[in-house]
Write a protein that binds this ligand. Structure first.
Ligand SMILES: Cc1cc2nc3c(=O)[nH]c(=O)nc-3n(C[C@H](O)[C@H](O)[C@H](O)COP(=O)(O)OP(=O)(O)OC[C@H]3O[C@@H](n4cnc5c(N)ncnc54)[C@H](O)[C@@H]3O)c2cc1C
Length: 477
């Protein structure tokens, strides 16, 4: 009989056949690890099935830097208090009210304990980094980033006796009358059927499944770049929805930002994001502007630009700025394209030189004098221009001229499984599953109907992950 708490030998898929765990956790990111640790701390055996090989373990969590949690006072790493009410108001504002208030308030309340609980699992925090959307008061930054955070969680989980199988993709779920029975898991060396008293689904969204994205976005999805793991293909989400779990969320809603068009198709991570929209203008492939680049402070607007670029022909756009703005922002990992004149820049980008020159000339003519300050809503704006640039408008006139090509960078999707405050999965008929739970991206749509507040992805994963692990442990009798 195989031990359920000793480390699994490598390439162990077939050895899982016939084993029966108390808690099966599907996924290997923040939500999964928080669930597995909580279940194990409650005395239950727990198995983590991670589709990725060990090097790529941890899904999108690998790419993260911080987590948003309510707290009553400043800490060593946070510059001031962030009350539950303020967190709630921020969430309400970004979602336009499209959130489950009871669940969201529950999550916010629980987030207060998270800073301590996560630290107890070995994760360390550091003060806010520069160039990170001014989050020093609200968001806790992981010392060493998401990968270090994950390494700490894996270390703790394994030292507690949580078993982890890598290269272990769940490809089927046996569910009867809303009750989980077993999972079919496929690895390089075979297929196994794993049984467990309870199951926590923490397998991310479907952002890396381009075919699925195309069902809602059509051919434009071929031009989307996926900022995170290629393993979040929505397999588990689809299985659950096909087997009678209630869906939540609009399938077209997701977190999407503008990223460097030269980024790889998957896993480009944070270093491909571009935060220089407010310093210049953004044009499409016809060299036309299409949105107010200075609508609001960048932390409140960075997450709208992915969708905006997705709406442009061929899903490509170009951020254009001049020498005065170079060096004012965190660049992407690719160098900006530069040229001594706008016409030459257009040539480098494959744009119509006359069209780009006219767009910039019209823009420059509309700029009103003001005092430039990118940290406040300044008075540098255009007049009589459509679309306007409401703040930080400065004439583009100082060579050399620069451009970054950008494409929609999809972070994660919001379509998910409905859950209650115990993270328990709700079935299509409204009944609560006896033994299935969900946490993280796979149920983010319960809290995020649309929009995003930086750092909340990790809050959703950690808070509901811990709850799911505790409740699964309780239900495993
Ligand atoms: C570049 C980037 C930066 C980000 N920065 C931040 C940030 O600073 N703060 C923040 O709050 N959020 C951030 N996010 C969002 C954040 O990464 C997610 O919200 C969070 O990590 C989700 O955690 P999760 O555990 O639900 O999913 P993930 O961490 O993505 O884990 C999902 C896991 O499921 C596994 N899996 C998928 N399918 C299967 C299957 N069939 N069988 C077995 N396993 C499967 C995957 O391999 C993966 O391990 C960022 C995202 C990206 C891409």
């Amino acid at each position: 009989m195989m031990s359920l708490t000793a480390p699994l030998p490598g390439k162990a898929i077939d050895r899982l056949n016939g084993a029966r765990y108390d808690v099966l956790v599907v996924g290997g990111g923040n939500a999964a690890l928080c669930a597995a640790i909580a279940a194990r701390r409650a005395g239950r055996s727990a198995l983590v099935l991670e589709a990725a090989p060990k090097f790529y373990r941890g899904g999108n969590t690998r790419h993260t830097r911080n987590m948003r949690c309510a707290h009553d006072s400043a800490t060593e790493t946070l510059t001031g208090p962030y009350s539950e009410e303020e967190f709630w108001k921020d969430l309400l504002a970004v979602t336009g009210g499209q959130t489950d208030e009871e669940l969201a308030r529950h999550m916010i309340r629980e987030s207060k304990e998270m800073l301590v609980w996560i630290a107890e699992q070995g994760v360390r925090f550091q003060p806010s980094l520069g160039g990170t959307l001014s989050l020093g008061r609200t968001n806790s930054f992981f010392l060493g980033g998401g990968r270090a955070m994950l390494n700490a969680l894996y270390r703790t989980a394994e030292s507690l006796g949580v078993q982890v199988a890598y290269d272990a993709e769940v490809v089927d779920l046996e569910i009867r009358d809303g009750t989980f029975l077993s999972a079919t898991v496929r690895g390089p060396d075979g297929v196994a059927t794993v049984r467990a008293a309870t199951m926590v689904a923490a397998a991310g969204g479907f952002e890396s499944n381009i075919e699925w994205l195309k069902q809602y976005w059509g051919p434009p999805a071929d031009n989307f770049l996926i900022r995170g793991t290629r393993y979040n293909r929505g397999k588990v989400l689809k299985l659950l929805l096909d087997r009678g779990v209630q869906a939540i969320g609009d399938p077209t809603q997701c977190h999407a930002v503008a990223i460097d068009a030269r980024a790889p198709r998957f896993d480009g991570g944070i270093i491909t994001r571009l935060d220089c929209v407010v310093f210049g203008i953004v044009v499409n492939k016809h060299a036309q502007r299409f949105y107010d680049e200075g609508e609001d402070l960048w932390p409140k607007r960075y997450a709208v630009w992915g969708r905006l670029v997705a709406g442009q022909p061929d899903q490509i756009a170009y951020i254009i700025f001049d020498a005065r703005s170079a060096g004012l922002f965190m660049p992407s990992c690719y160098p900006a394209i530069q040229a001594p004149t706008l016409r030459a820049l257009a040539g480098e980008l494959g744009l119509d030189p006359a069209a780009l020159e006219k767009t910039v000339t019209d823009f420059n003519a509309a700029v009103r004098p003001g005092t430039f300050d990118s940290t406040v809503l300044d008075d540098c704006r255009t007049e009589g221009l459509t679309p306007p640039k409401s703040h930080w408008a400065r004439q583009l006139e100082t060579p050399p001229f620069y451009a970054y090509p950008v494409r929609p960078g999809i972070t994660f999707t919001y379509l998910g499984t409905k859950v209650d405050r115990e993270a328990r999965i709700v079935m299509a008929d409204g009944k609560r599953s006896l033994n299935m739970f969900a946490a993280g991206e796979i149920m983010a749509g319960n809290v995020l109907g649309k929009g995003y507040a930086a750092g909340i992805g990790m809050t959703i994963g950690a808070v509901f992950g811990r709850i799911a692990g505790q409740e699964a442990a309780r239900a495993a009798d």
